[in-house]
Design a protein around this ligand. Structure first.
Ligand SMILES: *Cc1c(COP(=O)(O)O)cnc(C)c1O
Length: 409
């Protein structure tokens, strides 16, 4: 296919590594790299720990972090946890639920595992084809007398249809816990993302835009839940003489809080850098046949936790899997988030709601989605070269598809 002379795009692209060319990168470019604070800032916080000899159990750094997170997240309260999974499990326990929880299969496995660990039954609901989030109309059809709660995920940081979900929950007397693990710092309809539903949870894992190496939080506004969450994360201990409820140890340590405090100062800069890089990807990939971007709802300030492309094989020329393989040969570590679907896990496949034909949008998405490397310190020229590799794969799609077919599975 000849291109017009004089455009920025070269007429002949680089020879792909999968087809015998030299890889675009000598070292692997990973999907993400954690943002690290200045060593001196971190050391200053660690000095506090050595001075106080206070390592965990409501120390000064955890309390300072919780205060700052509550301000940043604009919620009534913020309880930190040792990770997002335990935050979610404890959030579900604090609501004292029985029965079924309606959720999305297009998420990180921890979302669904938390439901099962809390002694509840997951019910999988299909997603919206454009926003990738739980489809409220599908959820309505899954509600029964066994339903206890909705657990939607703001997937890739993209806000759910919060108005429809909250209306549905109210109409049926259901609780709502949002998995906002990807959505730290996102603002939607003029409000921080943690303001909807009964509770929201965040993950501060090293792979998330805001992190404390490992960590997480539950946010909400109900004072009773605030007290219960505090006791539940501390083995159910309410006072020296009162232990109540099935608690666990879900506490964040002072060491992790130190990392969290130091990284929090860098978050706005991190999001700003990601926004510029995501814009750069978009500018170079927009209009490429068969490349689709996630639809972001109106009135959203995103955090650019991920940069995703959805590959329509018929129009792009080869499949997502072929593109993934070709990028890997270039030393570009793109990831197929979230494939396989949680509903295809052998632990959940037996559920009636897990049947693939009941989840057509999620199934199609899991076969087509690809996340490209994105983090604040990713050099601009890396974005350009990664985008160029995607364009080159499109140009050589037939040969890439054939090479893919020749590869043993
Ligand atoms: C990361 C993540 C979690 C779990 O968080 P951890 O801190 O890794 O336990 C939960 N849900 C989603 C959607 C996530 O991406």
């Amino acid at each position: 296919m000849s291109r017009s002379i004089g455009v920025v795009t070269p007429a002949v692209r680089r020879k792909l590594a999968l087809l015998g060319g030299a890889p675009a990168f000598a070292e692997p470019v990973y999907i993400t790299r954690p943002r690290l604070p200045e060593r001196a800032v971190f050391d200053g916080l660690i000095d506090t720990i050595f001075q106080t000899r206070w390592l965990t159990n409501d120390g000064t750094l955890v309390r300072r972090l919780e205060e700052r997170l509550q301000l940043r997240l604009g919620t009534g309260f913020c309880r930190t946890f040792c990770n997002g999974s335990i935050a979610l499990l404890t959030a579900l326990r604090s609501l004292d639920l029985r029965g079924e929880v309606i959720t999305t299969p297009f998420t990180f496995p921890a979302t669904v595992h938390a439901i099962e660990w809390a002694g509840l039954t997951p019910v999988f609901c299909d997603v919206d084809a454009a926003t990738y989030n739980l489809d409220a109309a599908c959820a309505a059809e899954l509600i029964s007398e066994r339903s206890a709660a909705l657990l939607p995920v703001h997937v890739f940081g993209n806000p759910c249809d919060v108005a429809a979900i909250d209306a549905l929950a109210q109409a049926h007397g259901l609780r709502v816990v949002y998995d906002a693990a990807h959505a730290f710092g996102v603002v939607h309809r003029g409000r921080p993302i943690g303001c909807w539903g009964d509770l929201s949870i965040f993950s501060f894992h090293a792979t998330k835009p805001f992190h404390s190496a490992e960590g997480g939080a539950v946010v909400g506004s109900d004072a009773r839940l605030f007290a219960d969450l505090g006791a539940l994360r501390n083995s159910g201990i309410r006072s020296e003489d009162l232990v109540l409820g099935v608690g666990l140890n879900g506490k964040l340590s002072e060491l992790h809080a130190a990392m969290g405090l130091a990284v929090l100062d860098l978050l706005d800069d991190e999001i700003r850098k990601r926004a510029a890089l995501a814009g750069r990807y978009r500018a170079q990939l927009a209009g490429l046949p068969g490349v689709i971007f996630q639809q972001v709802p109106a009135q959203t300030v995103p955090n650019h936790a991920f940069f995703t492309v959805e590959i329509d094989a018929d129009r792009f020329g080869c499949s997502r899997d072929a593109l993934h393989l070709a990028l890997r040969a270039e030393n570009i570590v793109a990831r197929k988030y979230f494939h396989p679907l949680c509903s295809d896990n052998e632990a959940y496949r037996r559920l009636p709601s897990a049947q693939p034909q009941r989840l057509p949008n999620a199934q199609r998405l899991a076969a087509r989605i690809l996340c490209l490397p994105l983090y604040g310190d990713l050099p601009e020229d890396h974005v350009d070269r990664i985008a160029d590799c995607v364009l080159s794969v499109h140009d050589a799609a037939a040969a890439v598809g054939a090479a893919m077919d020749a590869c043993p599975p």
